[in-house]
Design a protein around this ligand. Sequence first.
Ligand SMILES: [Zn+2]
Length: 353
Amino acid sequence: MGIERSARDTRGADDDGIWGGDWDCSGPWWRLGLFSVAILMAGAGPGRVMAEDPSPLAKAVFVIVDGIPADVIERVATPQLDAVAAIGGYTRAQVGGPVGTPAETPTVSAPGYMSLITGTWANKHNVRDNEGLEPNYDYWSLFRLAKSVDPPLRTGLFSTWTDNRTVLVGSGLADTDNLSIDYVADGYERDPDRFPPREHEQHIQVIDRHVAAEAAEVIATEGPDLSWVYLQYTDDMGHEWGDGPEFDASVRVMDSLVGQIWAAVQERQERLGEDWLLLVTTDHGRDVETGRDHGGHTPRERTIWMVTNSQRLNARYYRQPQIVDIYPSIAAHLNLAIPSTVAAGLDGRAFID
Ligand SMILES: [Zn+2]
C-alpha cells in the first residue's frame, strides 16, 4: 500500500504548479482524489476555489457475472451481494439497446461487455457476437479513458475469458494507442495443462475461483485504481441445465466469489481510508421458456440488474438504468473528466453523482 501512495505523492509533487504557490492549470487537476489537499476548480479558467478538506483516494472495481436473469438473482440467496446492496443499492436494469433502432444490441455476452466498457450500443462499438469480432476502438474503453485522462492510474483485468482484454479492450493494439493493463489474470481457459477440461464445465468453475482469488489478492495488496473482474461459470450452467437447481447452485458459487472481492475492498477502505466503488452486474438475462438461451429481446433476456456499494446514487439508478450508464457512473466516481470528443459518443448517463 505504501508503494502506490508514495508514487502518487511523488507524481503530485512533481507536477509544476500543483504544490507550489504559483497555481496554474498545467497539472492534472481533474482527479481531485489524487491529492491529500483537494483542489476544487470552479472552472477551467481563473477563479478556482481551493478547499483543505482531505479527499479520499477514489478507486473502482466492476464485476460482470455472466447471464443471470434478474428474477434469479432476486430468488436465490446471495448474502454477499445483499451485504453490498445494503450499503448502496440493488436495482433492475436493462441491456440490449433501444429495440427497432440501429442501436439495438443482441443480448449476447461480448456485445454486453462492450456496451459496458465503452458506454455505447453496438451500432457504435460494432460487437454483435462472441466471435469474429472487429470492435470499433474509436469509442474508448473505460481503461483507455482512465489512462488517457490520468496516465499514472493503474488498471487491472481479471477474467475467465481472455478476449475481454485482448479483443474488447484491445490491449496492446495500435488502434488503442497500445493501451496496457497493469495487473492481469487471464488466459486460464486456454491452458488445458493447468486447467484440464472437466465434464459439466467444472473447470470453468475452477478458473472462476482462481480469477476471483487473484483479483482479491491484487486488490488487497496493490489496489488498482480501475479493475474489471469477469466470471463465466453461471452462463455455462445456464446453457447446460437451463433454469433449475444446478443453475441456482452456480449463482451461489458466484456470490461467494464476489464476497472475496468485497472483503478485499472493505479491508482497504478500513485500513487506508480509500473510497471504493464496487459494482456487480450481469450481461444479459435468459429466455423464459427454458433458461438455456439468450440473444433476443424478450423482457427476461433484456432485464439485468446491478448491485453497488455506492452511496452517491441518484434517481436514475432506480429507474431502470441501462448497461451503458455504468461507464459515466464509474468515471464520476473516479473524478475522471471525460473529454468532450468521448462524451459526445456516449449513450448512457451517470447514476452516480
Ligand atoms: Zn453472457
